[in-house]
Design a protein around this ligand. Structure first.
Ligand code: SAH
Length: 357
C-alpha cells in the first residue's frame, strides 16, 4: 500500500501557482493573488481572517490544501544583536536561520538543505552529513518567520546557511522568486544573494532564470589546494568555475562576484596565496570577502591572526580588488559562518546524493 499523497501546501506556491490554483478551483486569478499576499505580505494563516477571499473558496481551500511551515523551537539571541532560530521540520529534522542586524540592514542567512553533501574540510555543517533538500515552504518559511519576529522589515537575504543552494535548484529558485515578489517580501535583486561552493552547471542555469547576486566560496587560489579543502573542486575545477562566474555577470558593468575566502592559519593565508588570487581573478569584476575561520568542536584548522588577514587584505586592495574582512557575528551562539548544524536524521545519505539535481 502506498501512503496517501499529502494535500498541496500553499506555502510551496509562487504567485503564478496561487493564481493557477484559484483558476483550477473555479475562482478568478486575482483571488489567488490575494491569497498569496495574505500568506506572505501579511503573514496570515487563518482562512477566516482572509476577508476578501470568497467564503466558499476559503472552505474549499481548507479541504483540499494545507498550510505548513517549519516551527521555531528555539531562539538564541546574541549580545551583538544576531539571533539564531532553530526550526523543526515536519519530519523532526532541524535547520538553523540567522538574522544579522548591521546599521540599517537586517540580513537573514537562510538554509537550503538538511545538512550538506559537499564535505568541505573546514565547515561544521559538513560534519553533519546530508539528509535531504528543503522544500520551497521550508526555505521561504525561514523568511516568513523572520518577517514575523522582527520589528522592522528584512532588508537582505543571503543563502549562506546550511546546505548548498545550487544543489537544491528548483526549490531555491521558487523561494527566490517569492522573496523578490512585490506581493510578498519585496527584496530587490541586489538584496538577495545565493552563495555556492561552485556547482558549475547550475551557475549557468541560475543565469537563465534569476538575477540575484552571486557569491562563490573560493577559499583557495589553486586547484591543488582547493581540491583538498573543497572536494567539489575535483568535479568542477577553477578552469570551469571562473568562466561560469564571468558568464553569470554578463555585460552588466555594475555587477560583481563576491568571493568568500575563509582565512585558515598557515593553509591559504600567505602573501603568495594573495598574489595567486590576484592573478586568478584578473578580468573578473570582484569583491573579496575574507572570513576569519570560525572554529567548532572537532575542527582541525585555526584562525589566521588578524595581522595576517589584514596584510592579505591590503595586498588585494593594493592590486585594485575591493576586499573586506567579514566581522564575526553571533559566534557565542554558534551562529557564525560554518557553525550551523541543526539536526540531521540519518546522516548516511551523503554518498547517495548527486551534487546536481
Ligand atoms: N554551500 C554554500 C553556502 C554556504 S555559505 C557555499 O559553500 O557557498 C557559508 C559560507 O561560510 C561559505 O563560504 C563557507 O565556505 C563558509 N564557511 C564554512 N565553514 C566555515 C568556518 N568554519 N569558518 C568560516 N567560514 C566558513
Amino acid at each position: 500500500m502506498t501512503a496517501p499523497t499529502p494535500l498541496p501546501n500553499l506555502f510551496d506556491l509562487r504567485l503564478a501557482e496561487c493564481e493557477a490554483l484559484a483558476v483550477g478551483l473555479g475562482v478568478k486569478p486575482f483571488h489567488g493573488r490575494n491569497l498569496f499576499k495574505w500568506l506572505h505580505k501579511h503573514g496570515v494563516t487563518d482562512f477566516d481572517a482572509m476577508s476578501d477571499l470568497p467564503k466558499s473558496w476559503r472552505e474549499r481551500l481548507r479541504e483540499v490544501t494545507r498550510l505548513e511551515l517549519p516551527r521555531i523551537i528555539a531562539d538564541h539571541p546574541s549580545a551583538d544583536g544576531t539571533v539564531k532560530w532553530v526550526l523543526e521540520l515536519h519530519d523532526g529534522q532541524r535547520v538553523e536561520t540567522v538574522c544579522i542586524p548591521e546599521g540599517r540592514r537586517r540580513t537573514l542567512c537562510v538554509s537550503s538543505q538538511v545538512g550538506c553533501a559537499l564535505n568541505c574540510a573546514f565547515c561544521a555543517t559538513a560534519q553533519q552529513g546530508f539528509n535531504r533538500n528543503l522544500t520551497v515552504s521550508e526555505i521561504i518559511g525561514q523568511v516568513w518567520h523572520a518577517a514575523r519576529q522582527l520589528d522592522q522589515p528584512l532588508t537582505n537575504v543571503v543563502l549562506m546557511g546550511m546546505g548548498e543552494p545550487l544543489a537544491n535548484f528548483d526549490a531555491v529558485i521558487a523561494a527566490l522568486e517569492i522573496m523578490q515578489d512585490d506581493l510578498a517580501y519585496m527584496l530587490a535583486k541586489h538584496r538577495v544573494t545565493v552563495s555556492t561552493s561552485g556547482v558549475v552547471p547550475n551557475i549557468y542555469r541560475l543565469r537563465e532564470v534569476s538575477n540575484v547576486s552571486l557569491a562563490v566560496s573560493l577559499h583557495a587560489p589553486t586547484d591543488a589546494l582547493r581540491d583538498e579543502l573543497m572536494p567539489i573542486n575535483r568535479k568542477y575545477p577553477l578552469a570551469q568555475l571562473l568562466p561560469a562566474c564571468k558568464a553569470y555577470l554578463g555585460r552588466d558593468p555594475r555587477r560583481k562576484i563576491t568571493w568568500e575566502y575563509v582565512m585558515l592559519d598557515g593553509v591559504n593565508d600567505s602573501l603568495t596565496h594573495a598574489k595567486q588570487l590576484i592573478r586568478l581573478l584578473e578580468g573578473i569584476p570582484s569583491k573579496l570577502n575574507l572570513i576569519p575561520f570560525n572554529p567548532f568542536t572537532g575542527s582541525t584548522f585555526a584562525t589566521s591572526p588578524p595581522e595576517r588577514v589584514e596584510a592579505f587584505r591590503l595586498r588585494l586592495t593594493g592590486a585594485g580588488i575591493f576586499a573586506m574582512t567579514r566581522k564575526t557575528r553571533g559566534d557565542e551562539i554558534a551562529a557564525a559562518c560554518g557553525q550551523l548544524v541543526g539536526r540531521v536524521n540519518d546522516r548516511t545519505r551523503r554518498v547517495a546524493v548527486p551534487v546536481v539535481n
